[in-house]
Each structure stands twice: as structure tokens, then as C-alpha cells.
Design a protein around this ligand. Sequence first.
Ligand code: 7RM
Length: 659
Amino acid sequence: MNDKIESAPHEGRSFAPPATFSETAQPSAAALAALYREAAEDHSGFWARQARRNLSWKLPFTQGLDDSHPPFFKWFADGWLNASYNALDRHLDSRGDKTALIFESDEGTVQRYSYRALHAEVCRFANGLRTLGLHKGDRVVIYLPMGPQAIIAMLACARIGAIHSVVFGGFSADSLRDRIRDAGARLVITADAAPRGGRLVPLKDTVDAALAAGYDTVRQVVVYRRNGAAIAWNREHDIWWDDVVAGQLAVCEPEWVEAEFPLFLLYTSGSTGKPKGVQHSTAGYLLGAMTSMQWVFDPRPDDVFWCTADVGWITGHSYVCYGPLLNGMTQVVFEGVPTHPDPERFWRMIAAHQVSIFYTAPTAIRALMRNGDELPRRHDLGSLRLLGTVGEPINPEAWMWYHRVIGNERCPIVDTWWQTETGAAMIAPVPGVVAAKPGSCTRPLPGIAVDIVDEQGAPVTAPYEGGYLVVNKPWPSMLRTIWGDDARYEKTYFGQFGKQVYVAGDGAHRDEDGYIWILGRIDDVLNVSGHRLGTAEIESALASHPRVAEAAVVGRPHEIKGEAVLAFVVARGERHAAVADGLAAELREWVGTRIGAIAKPDEIRFVDGLPKTRSGKIMRRLLRTVGRGETITQDTSTLENEAILGQLCAAEARASAAA
Ligand code: 7RM
């Protein structure tokens, strides 16, 4: 088997941070070198020192890593602490009046919470939850719109030792029910209905539908009145949020928990149909969220941070809820979507709230890039000093646009690779020190032992040689198990190279400078005529063509070559015009010159949009099914734009009719 990734992009451009940024940024080059040195000398001791310095402990721990039962690792196991105490209480003396949240609703109204006010809300709600009979270890499903209440609910759970499991508000009743059941939740917290992109999301109706077949373990449903929409009321189970907090004190003694006590579950799709309840610990997770925030985002007291992710995803957990609050930052929390009421929403908000650090997804950047430079240029983006991306490889085209038009060529861009399972950013540049290359997430952070290995688990050393991305040493914010399924945890993440080696499921290679390039999920790596091709690179090549807005590439079985390359392309302008004027042939040649003849798509289908999950990831598995002409059996309920489905299949019908 040929293990090389033949479509390696030899991206030559490198962008060092501007001197004005580096001069004051933390960590500095010297500080970063010291962190790497310290971690290399004593992995467990390094993280133990970080944990003592960064977290407030009720009872200090005596041991760093406990690896006596791999792959079930423990960190700081005999220490006790509380997550909400760390996020809120310890800031009250030094910055109680500092703004913690600047909330902007879908309609555009703005509401601010100081650290003191947020603390009071969390305490009231936590006391209310205790009054409802919730105890340490009970699971609570949170199904709320993006906003302060979601954060308050998460922190209130943490305060009383209840384990939260946030379900993104776009998930269907079936998905919600599966998660409620799998978690064995005692309580569901929701809202009547919430606007998102100008449309009303009927959250309570969906909860009712999820519970229609029976409440199982659910004792009560707490309903936040977001907009007064008419909802059905179940007198036995439903209770208004306002009634839960009525008369409750604004102070609440935290439930101190063991370091390893689960802080939350977050369901994520695996390779099978059944979502996995990724279980995170308290201390290790908090430490990862906190230190990664410090190393990657260079937080300063007067920064305004904005991560556009919903709290329904891990990015919203680590860089909306926990990371910014642990670090005492001010942040923007946004209920809406980038394109409502118009595609200037992000740029208008950055100017209005003087955002200095902006963190979003490549899919959002590409979508906004389609509208040209004119829209962002109408707004004063001068407050920005640092930009970030997460969620998928960013194609150099989109990176350059982000750099040039949004960052005005002054702002470093941090491309952060991580996963629901890793809890916090793992591979990312330290912005004042590490030069960026468009499309690379650069190097692992201190204390993160990332490697790239071959089929046998041997390290891949040659530049541009592809392999499996693995993590060789346990790290504090790693998942602890899959809820209720230790065997699946062991098999999925530690089944390939032994119980010490975490397999991320992504392919990657290094370049001659040791920079890491993520090639996409392992199952997105194609094998064409014995050559391995990263779908992400073909997509990136396609997207660099001036007439291409977005592209997704999948493999399709081919008699002779093993696999053929099939590209779904969203062209700029009219789709039919693109087909008519021979753009397909032009794109094949384009990819041929960019990557090599082997990567030329065998077929290109023009569509108006790509099927994406609600977090913006292209559903390649679905595209593969469509590409093979098979019937769709996958769950498509998480599709953001379900209308696209018909079009992909119609394109398939046309293609086979033409053939
Ligand atoms: C944070 C998050 C994880 C998967 C991961 C990768 C892909 C994420 C990047 C990336 C290239 C990046 N968690 N991914 N970040 N690929 N560059 N900077 O997205 O659990 O939802 O997804 O996302 O394939 O395995 S996640």
C-alpha cells in the first residue's frame, strides 16, 4: 500500500506576526520555549504546576497523572474543586464589575452582565435546581437558544455537581429524545421558542415531541420565557424558569467535587449512527480550556473576545462558556446567524462591540467571502487584533481573504485543530511567536504530544508523507470515556495502536518546517490508483478558482482505479451557466495544474449548496452515498439545509441520464 499523500499542497507562503503584536504578546518566544522544555522534562509535573497556578482548589491534589489503568487516565485525582467557582467567584474581588457577557439577540437588542451579575444569576438558578431536588451526579439536558441563559444553566449545573449535556437547538425531537434517554436525564431546561436568523425555533414544542412517548427518567422541564410564544403546558412536569429562581438567594455554596468528577457530556457523531456521549472531567477539562485560551488567544484585560460558535458544540463549551470566564474576559455572545438580517451582521457587530479577538469557522468565512470585499469594508474593523478559525481545514483562498479583508493584514490568524474529544485546542500557533501558513494549524501546544504514524504505528518522519494523527501521552482535557460505554471508548480511540496512543481519526502530514497539515478525516482520504489523495486538498484547489464558491470531494468506487474523484461544486453565479460554458473541463485542468493529474476529478456536479451539519461541516458520508447512486439511509435530521438533498440527487439523475 502506498502511504504517501500524493496531493500534498506545497504552500509556500508564511506570515510572521507583526512586530507590534509580538512585542507585547504572551507567551513570548522565551516563555514558550520554557513551557516546551518543562513539558518535555516532566509531562505530569508540567501539567500539575499549570493546574496549581491556574485553578482554585478547595482541596489541593497530590498527584498529576495517574496512568495505572490505561486508557482510563486520571489527572489530579485527589484534588477537589468546583467549576462555577473557578469561572465566577474567584473574579468577584478583583473584577466583579467587569463585563462578562455582551449579549446580542437575533433581533439586535443588547444586554450586558457583569461578573457579579452573572454570579448572582447562576447562584439563584443553582439554588432553584436544588429546590427541585437535583443532586450531585444527576444529568441535566439543556436545550436552549444561544444566550446568557444557556451559560447560566451550564454553570448552575456545575455549581451543584449536576452533569450538563447541552443539545444544540437545531437538533430534531428524535435526536433530542435519544440523548435524553442515553444520558438518563432528570431534568430538561428549554425555552418557549427563540428567533434564529429571523425564524422562530419552537424549542418547547420539540421537547414535548421528544417526551411524547414517555418521560422516562425526566422529572421536570424548566421553561425559560424567551418571547412569549404560545406553548402547550404540562402541569405535572413543566415549570417556568422565573418560578424556579423566584425568592432564591444570590449566593449558593458550591458542591465541591473530585477532580475527575464528570463536568459534562456532549454528544457527537461517530462512524456508526449512534451518537457518542463524550464525557469530560472537571479539573482536567477546565485546565485545558483555560491554558489553551491563554496560549492561543493572548488574552489581555481590555480585550473583547467573540467566538461565534453555539454552546451546543464543544467550541461553545470551551471558548464561550468556560475558557473566557475562567480567564476573566469580556466576551460577545450572539443568538443569531451571520447572514441575518444581512451578510454584514458579523462586521457590524465587531465594530459595535469593539471586538478585538474574533474566532469563527472556515465555512462562515467562505460564505461571507462570497459576498465580496465591499460589505466588510463598510465597517470599521480596526478594533480587531487577532483572528481564529476552527472546525475544518481552511483553504488558503479563504485564509488569505480573512487575513487581507477582515484582518487588514495586521492580525495574526490562529488555526486551531482540536475535537469534541480533546476538550481544548491541541495544535495551534502561539500567535506572537509562531508564523502562520495558510491552511496549517502549525504545531502542538505545550504538553500536547502529537505525532503522525503509519499503518503499523511507526512515526512518519519524511515531509509530506501522510499518516494517522495520534496523541502519544494523556493530556488533562481529554475525554474520560463514552457515557455508559467504556468498551466503545477503548475501541474507538485506543483500539489501533495500543492503550497509550489516542487515535484522532484525522489524516495529517508535516512539511519541511515541521508544520502540521490536517488532511481531513481518515475516511476522507481517497485511494486512487494506489495513490492516497486528501479530499481537503482537492477541495482547496477547486475553491481557489475564481468561479468556485465552495467544493466538496468524495470518493466513488471505480473498477480500474479503485476509487474515482467526485466533486460537488457550488459555482459563483448561475449553476446552469456553469454547466453550459464548460467550467467542468476548466476545473479539471485547474486541479491538474494545482495538484497533479491524479487528483483531477473524474466527475464534477454543480449544485446550489452543499449538505452541511448544523455546525457547518460538510456531510461527506451523505455525498458518498449520493455519489454511489445508493438510497440515502443516513439520518438527515441534522442537515442545516435539507432542501439541498433533492438537488444532489437530481444532479445524480441528470448525470446518469447523460451517461
Ligand atoms: C473543534 C471541533 C473535530 C474534527 C477534527 C477535524 C476537524 C477541527 C480543525 C479541523 C482542520 C482545523 N470539534 N477539525 N478543527 N480540521 N483544521 N483547525 O470542530 O469534534 O466537532 O470536530 O473537525 O477533522 O477531527 S469536532
